[in-house]
Design a protein around this ligand. Structure first.
Ligand code: PLP
Ligand SMILES: N[C@@H](CCOP(=O)(O)O)C(=O)O
Length: 402
């Protein structure tokens, strides 16, 4: 049995009821009756490494309704060069840029759009800083659904905009930031004009919890001491934590990691709340950062994220744009992993928290890199030295010897 439950008052809703918030305005989560679900670790091991490896623990009843582009099963890289550089014992990067549209959103969308398919939905929509729209546009195309995406004008990286356009979504830009766009699509959803697939939708977050499942699965059911996650609208950190907690409840793992959220200096309402020991955020009216994916001032899942951080004895920290770019280059140059700026905030956060002594160098750490570097080529080019120009073979040879 699967149902939706309010994280505030506990009120429950059927799994086929289209409702994005409880009547008390609380966020919803998906709940399973684990006693009635037959799963074991070995059964999973024999299946393809992907989101759908964990079918029984996902909220889709009919396999035929699944809309998939083969998402999940992303690499967990051991980063020995960075370990040496930073003096840490065991560091991994879970590279979500390896998903079909280049970000972790695909895990959410395969489940969210499959749910929409089960509900016979014809029109889906979202607000986006870029990745959600790219992903929803792709999955809705495959599901033959109409798709509306609302973007903050001039603040979406080129690669992401190109994706939403080529997949055939109706792409609308507004004068205003992501938070305003989200308010607008929320209104459309309330009127039943679109099925909303932002992370307020708890079915979408079920797909993203598989990041936690996969980390445990790949580490042979051992759990890292800490998982570091870039935070914007705050759904992902909450979902990953739910994944770990479920595996713990099922007895697949014996420990839980400290969830550590990283925001950009110019958009850090969750970090501020955490540092004051609060569970409510004070929104940023004008969030700003080079990491456009996390340029969010009013994270919709702030409550869930803060719960995850407090419950796991984790931490929250912010990093400057300069630290983000430095980390992006370091990861590319030491490990050959090219990620977009928002993704690099997990590495920047790791560096800062090591310096501050919050993270112990003997910890086993997993940093989540959330999106592919090619999403935002402009940011990468701006971060690098100019290309070298030569006029002759001699000049080229001289270069080699310098
Ligand atoms: C690349 C990237 N990293 C991080 C985030 C933040 O994730 P969340 O909104 O789930 O906190 C987003 C989008 O929100 C993103 O696109
Ligand atoms: N970075 C996100 C912002 C929207 O987040 P969502 O998880 O609520 O869809 C994006 O890519 O648009």
């Amino acid at each position: 049995m699967i149902y939706q439950r309010c994280i505030e008052c506990g009120k429950t809703y059927e799994d086929d009821e289209i409702v994005y918030r409880c009547e008390c305005n609380g966020l919803l989560e998906i709940v399973y009756d684990f006693d009635k679900i037959e799963v074991d670790k070995e059964k999973f091991k024999n299946r393809v490494f992907s989101v759908w490896r964990y079918f029984e623990l996902l909220p889709i009843k009919n396999r035929e309704k699944i809309i998939s582009l083969k998402e999940g099963g992303t690499p967990l890289y051991r980063c020995r060069n960075l370990e040496e550089e930073l003096g840490v014992k065991e560091l991994y990067v879970k590279n979500e840029g390896a998903n079909p549209t280049g970000s972790f959103k695909d895990r959410g969308m395969t489940v969210g759009v499959s749910k929409a398919n089960e509900l016979n939905i014809k029109v889906v929509g979202c607000a986006s800083t870029g990745n959600t729209s790219a992903s929803l546009a792709a999955y809705s195309a495959r599901a033959k659904m109409k798709c509306l995406v609302l973007l903050p004008k001039g603040k979406v990286a080129l690669g992401k905009l190109a994706q939403a356009m080529i997949y055939g979504a109706k792409v609308v830009e507004i004068d205003g930031n992501f938070d305003k766009a989200l308010d607008m699509v929320n209104e459309l959803a309330k009127e039943g004009l679109i099925y909303l697939l932002n992370s307020i939708n708890p079915f979408r977050l079920e797909g993203q919890k598989t990041i936690g499942y996969e980390i445990a699965d790949e580490l042979n059911w051992e759990v890292p001491d800490r998982v570091i996650v870039p935070v914007g609208n705050a759904g992902n950190i909450s979902a990953i934590w739910k994944g770990f907690k479920e595996f713990y409840e099922l007895g697949f793992i014996n420990e839980l990691p400290k969830m550590t959220g990283i925001q950009a200096e110019g958009a850090k309402p969750i970090v501020e709340a955490f540092k004051k020991g609060k569970r409510e955020i004070e929104p940023y009216e004008n969030p700003e950062t080079i990491a456009t994916a996390i340029r969010i001032g009013k994270p919709v899942n702030a409550k869930k994220a803060l719960n995850a951080i407090y419950e796991s004895n984790g931490y929250a920290e912010s990093v400057s744009d300069e630290e983000i770019i430095k980390a992006q280059k370091l990861l590319a140059r030491k490990e050959g992993i090219f990620v977009e700026p928002a993704s690099a905030s997990s590495i920047a956060g790791l560096i800062k928290l090591l310096d501050e002594g919050v993270i112990d160098r003997s910890e086993r750490i997993v940093c989540i890199t959330t999106g592919h570097g090619l999403k935002d080529p402009d940011a990468a080019i701006r971060a690098c030295e100019e290309t070298i120009k030569v006029k002759s073979l001699d000049e080229l040879k001289k270069l080699l010897s310098s």
